[in-house]
Write a protein that binds this ligand. Structure first.
Ligand SMILES: [Zn+2]
Ligand SMILES: [Zn+2]
Length: 241
């Protein structure tokens, strides 16, 4: 059942034929998590508020949370984070007693201590990452067991580099050495072919700036810069081509 929940969006994402099907999924998860986080019930949940003590949000996610039209949910979360940070800072300052030397605490401080928000994980990154691991695990199983999915996979465009390496890493879980070899070979083949395809498209895009090529057709290159950046870094704006 759990596998089915993850399998359906995988089928859909691969059928969309984008530069990275896992980015399609990750964008969707992120949107759902943000909606869920900012709807009234999560913000008022006692357990969630306790958990927040150990987290912060990264710049990327703060920006996305801030773009959400209703600001009340975020204001409540930020007020909560603020109160935790104030408490942490007071504790840190009090630790300077009895000699009142803050210089001494910083030289003594254990680097593993989560004493400032810089050391805390982003709540959204952590939860999205965990869900993505489940998707990638299901993806490898689907490829292993489902012939129809295998065919779809072979015609896909590979991934962004980050997701490619995550898929490769997950392949280590494949038990059968021969199957693992086949999966790895296939992934490198698809990835390289598609990076070369994009590179050609991008080079054509560059050529089009040369007056000698002005009247030539754009072919597939018009949005190749956008798609090349996705290949390198994953989705960077709220759209994926
Ligand atoms: Zn991706
Ligand atoms: Zn984050």
């Amino acid at each position: 059942m759990k596998e089915e929940i993850f399998a359906i969006p995988l089928w859909d994402a691969f059928r969309e034929d984008k530069e990275c099907p896992l980015c399609v999924i990750e964008m969707d998860i992120e949107k759902k998590y943000i909606d869920r986080l900012l709807d009234g019930s999560t913000v008022m949940d006692v357990e969630f508020n306790k958990k927040l003590k150990d987290y912060i949000f990264c710049e990327n996610h703060f920006r996305k949370l801030f773009e959400y039209p209703d600001k009340l949910g975020l204001a409540l979360i930020v007020a909560r984070l603020f109160s935790y940070e104030i408490k942490d800072m007071e504790k840190e300052k009090n630790r300077a007693k009895p000699d009142h030397s803050l210089v001494n605490i910083f030289s003594r401080k254990n680097s593993n201590e989560k004493s400032s928000n810089k050391d805390k994980e982003c709540y959204l990154c952590k939860h999205i990452d965990k869900t993505m691991s489940e998707y990638i695990e299901t993806l490898v199983k689907l490829w292993e067991k489902n012939k129809e999915f295998r065919a779809l996979y072979e015609s896909s465009k590979g991934y962004c580099l980050g997701h490619f390496h995550r898929v490769i890493k997950q392949a280590n879980r494949l038990y059968d050495k021969r199957v693992k070899e086949e999966f790895l070979n296939l992934n490198y083949k698809i990835q390289l072919e598609n990076m070369e395809r994009l590179n050609d498209e991008l080079n054509w895009f560059i050529k089009k700036f040369d007056y000698r090529f002005v009247d030539e057709p754009w072919k597939n290159s018009r949005d190749s810069l956008f798609r090349s950046i996705i290949k390198l870094t994953g989705y960077f704006i709220d759209d994926i081509k």
